[in-house]
Structures are given as structure tokens and as C-alpha cells.
Design a protein around this ligand. Structure first.
Ligand code: GSN
Length: 222
């Protein structure tokens, strides 16, 4: 039996959450080792675990993988979530980069100075509803399938559902003008592995709170 992948990161979403999503969707069980202090991070570094001295790091198939995109791409390819040919892969990559950009803005929000937060929040909602969601709504309409690319679930769908849920946590009616995305969300959330991941008690992490933000700032010294 091959070992379960082991994820090394802080106990929050950050750059690891999309990796947790993808593994969960692929039906792969994984273990997590949480970095709780600066010393925990230093130990991983001094043990030579971190190629660029950074996390996320995932031990998988005998590799100590770093760089979140590389990790995601490996998992997507391994579990048949990266399209059937180069053109499908190219589309999936474009859609994934869009949701990554949107989620990156959301990820940084709790770390913004308090005086900038409202402005940044408004910008995120504007970008979600005028730049990103219209694109995915149109893709679903033009493509006419249940999924963004081809006719089965891909990495692009997984990132889109993750991004939709993150935006809705900030503004619950963000999908009101996007009927196909509403249907997509309902449909995808009901697929067995995603349904399970969305249940309380799964390895999905909660949105960042003040305690988490303070801990992350301390661990990474910023
Ligand atoms: O996507 C990636 O995995 C890398 N391109 C960036 C990883 C990264 O920035 N990791 C941070 C913590 S998670 N935050 O975003 C990190 O390890 N920072 C410490 C450092 O010395 O850079």
C-alpha cells in the first residue's frame, strides 16, 4: 500500500486549501502536519524538507513537492482532472488561473491594514461579479455541458466551486445574477466527494480569523 500524501502547512486555508480540495475530490485520503510556530518552520527548513524554504510542501509518491501550482498540476494529472488532451488542459489552466487570481485577492484580505479592508473587499466583489463570474457563466452557457471543460469534472470545476464559496462567504448574494453558476454550484456540491468535503469535520479549513492571522504573521515574520 502506498503511503497517504502528507501535507505540511499552517492550520488554515492559504495556499494549501486548493490542494486539500483537489485531493478530497480525487478521493485521496491525506495526512496533515501543522506548522504552529516559527520553530516548526525552521525545523522543516533545517531538515532540508523545503526546496525554496517555503510551504506548502506535500510528501507524495516519494517526493517532497513544493510550489503550490506544481503540486496541484501533479495531483490533477495523476487523478485525471486535467483534461483529455493538450487543448482541454490549456482551457483548464486558463480557467484555473482566473480563479487563482480571484482567490489570491481573498486570501490577502485578512492581512490588509484595517483602513484598507473595506475598499479591498469592495474591489474583490466587483472583480468577482464583473470580471470572473461573467466569464464562467458564459463558458457554461456556450459549452452547454455540466462542466467547464469536456464532459467530466476537472481541476477547473474544483477551483471554481472553491472560489464561489469563498466569494459567498464575503457577500452571500454574489451569484444572484448568474443562474448557470447557481445551478453549477448546486450540482457540483452534490457530487459525493465534494459533498463529503463540505460536511463539518472534514479537512476543509475555516475562513481565517484574527487568531489565525496573528499566528501566520508570527510564523512567517511579517
Ligand atoms: O505557490 C507557492 O507555493 C510559492 N510560489 C509561494 C509559497 C509561499 O509564499 N509560502 C509562504 C507561506 S504561504 N503563503 O502565502 C512561505 O513559506 N513564506 C516564507 C518565506 O520565507 O517565503
Amino acid at each position: 500500500m502506498t503511503a497517504k500524501p502528507k501535507l505540511y502547512y499552517v492550520q488554515g486555508r492559504g495556499k494549501m486549501e486548493s490542494i486539500r480540495w483537489l485531493l478530497a475530490v480525487a478521493g485521496v485520503e491525506f495526512e496533515e502536519q501543522f506548522i504552529q510556530t516559527k520553530e516548526d518552520l525552521e525545523k522543516l527548513r533545517s531538515d532540508g524538507f523545503l526546496l525554496f524554504q517555503q510551504v506548502p510542501m506535500v510528501e507524495i509518491d516519494g517526493m517532497k513537492m513544493v510550489q503550490s501550482r506544481a503540486i496541484l498540476n501533479y495531483i490533477a494529472a495523476k487523478y485525471n482532472l486535467h483534461g483529455k488532451d493538450l487543448k482541454e488542459k490549456a482551457l483548464i489552466d486558463m480557467y484555473v488561473e482566473g480563479t487563482t487570481d480571484l482567490m489570491g485577492m481573498i486570501m490577502l484580505l485578512p492581512f490588509q491594514p484595517i483602513e484598507d479592508k473595506q475598499k479591498q473587499l469592495a474591489l474583490i466583489i466587483e472583480r468577482a461579479t464583473t470580471r470572473y463570474f461573467p466569464v464562467y457563466e458564459k463558458v457554461l452557457k456556450d459549452h452547454g455541458q455540466d462542466f467547464l471543460v469536456g464532459n467530466h469534472l476537472s481541476f477547473a470545476d474544483v477551483q471554481l466551486i472553491e472560489a464561489i464559496l469563498m466569494v459567498e462567504e464575503l457577500k452571500s448574494d454574489s451569484l444572484s445574477k448568474f443562474p448557470l453558476l447557481q445551478a453549477f454550484k448546486a450540482r457540483i456540491s452534490n457530487t459525493p466527494n465534494i459533498k463529503k468535503f463540505l460536511q463539518p469535520g472534514s479537512q476543509r479549513k475555516a475562513p481565517p480569523d484574527d487568531k489565525y492571522v496573528a499566528q501566520v504573521k508570527k510564523i512567517f515574520s511579517f
